[in-house]
Design a protein around this ligand. Structure first.
Ligand SMILES: [Zn+2]
Length: 118
C-alpha cells in the first residue's frame, strides 16, 4: 500500500500516512451504492386510485360514457407517471384502464340501443 498524497510506502492497515499525515482510507463504493437503493422513495400514485374508482363508477352507472372516458384518461396518465417515476400502483392503473375501456364499449352499445328506440 502506498500513500495517495506523497507516494511513500505504508503498512497495510495504517489510517494515516506516517510521512505526510494524510488519510489513507480507501473510498468504499459499496456503502454509497447501498444507501442509494435505500433512499428510493416508494409513493403510491393517487391518480391510479382516482382513475380506478371512476372506472368502477362508470361500469355501474355511466349512461353517456363521460365517466368512463375520464376514468380511462386518468388511469392512462397514472400509468405513464408510474412508469416514469417508478412509483407504486401500476396494477391499479392497468385495472382502471381496462375497466374504463370495457365500460366505455358497453355504454356505447347502450347508447346505440337508446338512439335506435328514439
Ligand atoms: Zn503520505
Amino acid at each position: 500500500m502506498y500513500c495517495k498524497n506523497c507516494g511513500n510506502k505504508l503498512n497495510d492497515g495504517d489510517k494515516f500516512c506516517v510521512y505526510c499525515g494524510s488519510k489513507t482510507e480507501v473510498i468504499e463504493n459499496t456503502q454509497t451504492a447501498q444507501s442509494n437503493t435505500n433512499t428510493q422513495i416508494v409513493n403510491f400514485n393517487g391518480l391510479a386510485i382516482a382513475g380506478f374508482i371512476l372506472s368502477i363508477i362508470s361500469f355501474l352507472l355511466d349512461a353517456f360514457c363521460i365517466i368512463s372516458i375520464t376514468g380511462t384518461t386518468l388511469s392512462s396518465v397514472a400509468l405513464y407517471q408510474i412508469i416514469k417515476k417508478q412509483s407504486a400502483g401500476r396494477g391499479l392503473a392497468i385495472a382502471g384502464l381496462i375497466l374504463g375501456v370495457v365500460s366505455f364499449v358497453m355504454n356505447v352499445r347502450y347508447l346505440m340501443i337508446i338512439f335506435r328506440i328514439l
